[in-house]
Design a protein around this ligand. Structure first.
Ligand code: GLU
Length: 303
């Protein structure tokens, strides 16, 4: 087994609908990674964007995890109950001069034609950096990224699967949003505050978030909290090559249907390229999957 003192991992689903095969793969891999390192595995419901939260989705996700034998090593944390912590982190950034109110709306930012960040967000041209234009009302709150001069805006990290990654924040993101126009705290701030607050040492999640990682590392540095290790998993696509979304939701496993639960896990394991014998029970699956994951990491030099 792998050595890693005080490993804490997490699975952080957004309850916008039932888990799809992609988020299930992230759940399974994050748990396997924690178990292979003799660490703890936490679950955090990322319902900070209450406008996108689907009624009953969080409970359905937690019930599905339980039916798959995936039990968190600690209380489930809900982002919607942690807004005071996001506010406090923002206040620290504001007091240090890292933030400013922005009056731009999405249309204006798109019209500035700087293009889209790799994750689809429009790159911000810095219009309100030096103050709101007279008569403009505040819409969102942004954090300043460093100027491109001298490469101060370069953030690099070593991903355990994807290897060396780097991003120029000035040209590839621009000053990004901490609090949105609709009043919700932004994912980038919430995830940094929560990973730090929960003592997370290792983030295992889908590659759709790899381009958000430099912004998160930048916020960790400003807030003076540790940067976890990152492992981004390949994105699960359907037969047409499209990223899976809510439409392809993983259906709830009915209580007592252990064979169906094992099948769901074996599909996730196959996607992760774990060579496992067919398992007759949930216990047998997890018993075989943990050392198989550890062996895969050793082979890939990703332990
Ligand atoms: N809540 C995010 C999602 O469901 C994941 C965030 C993360 O793992 O950092 O896509």
């Amino acid at each position: 087994m792998l050595q890693h003192p005080n490993y804490i991992g997490r699975f952080a689903p957004s309850p916008t609908g039932p888990l799809h095969a992609g988020s299930l793969v992230a759940a399974v891999a994050s748990l396997l990674d924690a178990r292979a390192h003799h660490g703890r595995w936490l679950v955090r419901i990322e319902d900070v964007d209450e406008g996108r939260t689907a009624a009953g989705a969080a409970d359905a996700i937690l019930a599905l995890l339980a039916s798959l034998g995936m039990h968190p090593d600690g209380e489930v944390v809900w982002q919607s109950r942690r807004t005071a912590l996001y506010q406090a982190a923002y206040e620290r950034l504001r007091a240090a001069g890292h933030t400013y109110p922005c009056g731009c709306n999405r249309r204006e930012i798109v019209d500035s034609r700087l293009g889209l960040a790799p994750d689809g967000a429009a790159i911000y041209p810095g219009t309100c950096r030096h103050g709101l234009a007279p008569g403009r009302a505040m819409n969102s709150l942004r954090v300043r990224v460093p100027e491109a001069d001298g490469g101060a805006d370069l953030v690099a990290f070593e991903d355990r699967f994807a290897g060396h990654r780097e991003q120029r924040l000035a040209s590839e993101s621009g000053d990004f949003v901490l609090k949105r126009g609709d009043g919700y705290w932004a994912y980038q701030l919430a995830v940094v505050v929560d990973d730090a607050g929960q003592g997370v040492t290792d983030v295992v999640r889908g590659a759709d978030l790899i381009d958000s990682t430099p912004r998160q590392i930048y916020l960790q540095r400003l807030l003076k909290v540790p940067t976890p290790r990152y492992l981004h998993l390949p994105v699960v696509r359907n037969a047409n090559g499209e990223k899976l979304s809510k439409q392809t939701g993983a259906r709830a496993i009915l209580p007592g249907d252990e064979a169906a639960a094992v099948q769901v896990l074996q599909d996730a394991a196959a996607f992760l390229e774990l060579a496992l014998p067919a398992a007759g029970s949930l216990g047998a699956f997890w018993e075989a999957a943990v050392p198989a994951w550890a062996a895969l990491l050793e082979r890939r030099g990703a332990a």
